[in-house]
Design a protein around this ligand. Structure first.
Ligand code: PLP
Length: 469
C-alpha cells in the first residue's frame, strides 16, 4: 500500500479550542508578540517542540499504574535499568529528571575550565552546561550541512577531518567528545553509522571518551536503515545497539525518543566516573534508583524506549514529517532540505526576503502563522542566537533565519498536517505584506524566552529598503 497510516487508534482525546484571528491578535499584543508567553489553550496546533509533548500509549499508561514509589530499591528502577541496558548496553544507568540534568552532572564530573568539547552541533543546553564550568563547546558540523537547500542523506555527520585535526593538536584538554543523533541544532539531520564508527575510532586512538547525545536515537536508526548501505536488513534495535557499542557513554532526554513527558538518563562504562556522578546525583536529583523521577515515570520510559523502535511507528513518523516537507515545498515554501526526523525548518530569510534580518524575518513569520492560523512554531535565528551589545547597542546575527515546525509524537493526524500546509501556502500567497518586528525589551541572556516585540512595516523602518537583500 502507498498510504502509510497512523499505526494506532485513538482511545482518549484532548479537545482543541478553536480561536479567531482577532482573538489571537489581541493575545499576541498582550504577550509582547513572544509566542513563549501565550496561554497554550489559545493554540490550535502546537509545533513549538517535540520535547515531552508526545502522547503515551495504553501500554505506557498501564505501566504507570505499576509504578512503585519506594525511595530505595524500587522494581520500577530495575525495569527501567533493564530496558536501558538492553538497548544502550552501558554498565551504569543513572536516571535524571531530564536531559540537561544528565549534561550538568557529566560536565561537573569530567570538565575543568579551559577544556574543549567537540560535537557535530551542541544542543543549546549541552553548550550552556559546558560553558557553565568554563570549558569551550566546539561545533564541527560536516561541510554538506552548510547549504540549507542541498539534499544529502547524512547532513548531521560530524566533520571527521576537523575532529582529527583537533585531536592531533588540542588547544586544551579534551575530556570527552560528543556526537548528537539526530543533529537537532543542525535541522534534525541524521548521522551515519560510518561517521559514528570513524569518530569513535579517532577518539579511541587519542584516548578521548566518546559520548553520544542520544535524544533521537530511534529516529536516527530509522534513517540508517533507510539510507545507509549494509543496514537495510537490520532491525532498529540492532542498529541502536550497534550505535551505542561505539560509545563510552551517553546522555539522553526521554522527552524525545523515550516517548515520555519527562525524564532522562546518563550512562557510562567507567566505574569511577559513575561513582562520582552518583554522588552528584544525590545532591541535586535524588537517590540513584529514581534520580529526579517518580517510579511511574521510570515505568513509562522503560516501555516507551521500545515503542520508539517499533518499525511501523517510525515509518509513520517519518512519513508524516516527509509529507509536511514535500507539500510545503510544492506550495513554494522554502525549507531546509531534506526534511529532518522530528521537524521541518522553514527558511524565513528566503520566504520573507522583503525583510532585512534587522526586522527578524523568522520571528515575523512565526507571529503571522500564529495570528492567521493559530499554529505555534519557534524562531531559530537571530532572536534566539543573535545578541545586542549592551554598550554599543550593536546587534550580531545568526547564520540562518529559520522557523521550526516540530512534530509532537503520536499527537496530530494527517488532517492537522494538511491544515499546517494550507496555512503556510496562504501566507506564501501574500508574504510581501507580512510585517517585520523590532525588539522593544530584552534580557541579557536567553532573550527568546522573554523579549517583547513590536510589528514594524518596511515603510515605517527608515534606512531599510527591499533592495538591501
Ligand atoms: C532536548 C535535548 C537536550 C536536553 O534535554 P532536556 O530533556 O530538554 O533537558 C539535549 N540534547 C538534545 C539534542 C536535545 O534535543
Amino acid at each position: 500500500m502507498k498510504t502509510i497510516i497512523e499505526p494506532f487508534r485513538i482511545k482518549s482525546v484532548e479537545p482543541i479550542r478553536m480561536s479567531t484571528p482577532a482573538e489571537r491578535a489581541s493575545l499576541l499584543a498582550d504577550a509582547g508578540y513572544n509566542l513563549f508567553k501565550l496561554p497554550s489553550e489559545s493554540i490550535v496546533i502546537d509545533l513549538l517542540t517535540d520535547s515531552g509533548t508526545g502522547a503515551m500509549s495504553a501500554q505506557q499508561w498501564a505501566a504507570v499504574m505499576q509504578g512503585d514509589e519506594s525511595y530505595a530499591g524500587s522494581p520500577s528502577f530495575r525495569r527501567f535499568e533493564a530496558a536501558v541496558r538492553d538497548i544502550f548496553g552501558f554498565r551504569h544507568v543513572i536516571p535524571t529528571h531530564q536531559g540537561r540534568a544528565a549534561e550538568r552532572i557529566l560536565a561537573a564530573t569530567l570538565l575543568e575550565p579551559g577544556d574543549v568539547v567537540p560535537n557535530n552541533t551542541h544542543f543549546d543546553t549541552t553548550r550552556a552546561n559546558i560553558e557553565a564550568v568554563g570549558a569551550t563547546a566546539l561545533d564541527l558540523p560536516c561541510a554538506e550541512s552548510r547549504d540549507l537547500s542541498a539534499s544529502h542523506p547524512f547532513k548531521g555527520n560530524i566533520d571527521l577531518e576537523a575532529l582529527e585535526r583537533l585531536l592531533a593538536a588540542p588547544p586544551g584538554r579534551i575530556p570527552v567528545a560528543f556526537v548528537t543523533i539526530t543533529n537537532n541544532g543542525g535541522g534534525g539531520q541524521p548521522v551515519s553509522m560510518a561517521n559514528l564508527a570513524a569518530a569513535s575510532a579517532l577518539c579511541r586512538r587519542h584516548g578521548v571518551p566518546f559520548y553520544i547525545d542520544a535524544c533521537r536515537f530511534a529516529e536516527n536508526a530509522y534513517f540508517v536503515k533507510a539510507r545507509e548501505p549494509g543496514w537495510q536488513n537490520k532491525s532498529l534495535i540492532d542498529i541502536a545497539r550497534a550505535t551505542f557499542a561505539l560509545a563510552d557513554g551517553c546522555t539522553m532526554s526521554a522527552k524525545k525518543d523515550g516517548m515520555a513527558n519527562i525524564g532522562g538518563f546518563l550512562c557510562t562504562n567507567d566505574d569511577e566516573v559513575a561513582e562520582h556522578e552518583e554522588e552528584l546525583l544525590i545532591l541535586t536529583e535524588g537517590f540513584p534508583t529514581y534520580g529526579g523521577l517518580a517510579g511511574r515515570d521510570l515505568e513509562a520510559i522503560a516501555v516507551g524506549l521500545y515503542e520508539a523502535l517499533d518499525p511501523s511507528y517510525q515509518e509513520y513518523r517519518h512519513a508524516s514529517v516527509q509529507y509536511l516537507g514535500e507539500h510545503l515545498t510544492a506550495a513554494g515554501v522554502p525549507i531546509l532540505q531534506p526534511p529532518g526526523g522530528h521537524a521541518i525548518y522553514v527558511d524565513a530569510a528566503t520566504f520573507l526576503n522583503h525583510l532585512p534580518r534587522e526586522l527578524y524575518p523568522g520571528q515575523a513569520l512565526a507571529i503571522e502563522l500564529y495570528r492567521a492560523a493559530g499554529i505555534r512554531s519557534v524562531e531559530i535565528g537571530s532572536v534566539m542566537f543573535g545578541k545586542r551589545d549592551p554598550t554599543s547597542g550593536r546587534e550580531s546575527f545568526a547564520a540562518h533565519e529559520l522557523v521550526r515546525l516540530a512534530i509532537p509524537r503520536r499527537v496530530y493526524t494527517q488532517s492537522h498536517i494538511d491544515y499546517v500546509v494550507e496555512s503556510l501556502a496562504e501566507l506564501a500567497a501574500r508574504r510581501r505584506e507580512i510585517p517585520g518586528v523590532r525588539i522593544v525589551e530584552q534580557p541579557a541572556a536567553l532573550r527568546h524566552f522573554s523579549a517583547r516585540f513590536e510589528p514594524v512595516t518596511l515603510a515605517a523602518a527608515p534606512g531599510f529598503s527591499p533592495a538591501r537583500r
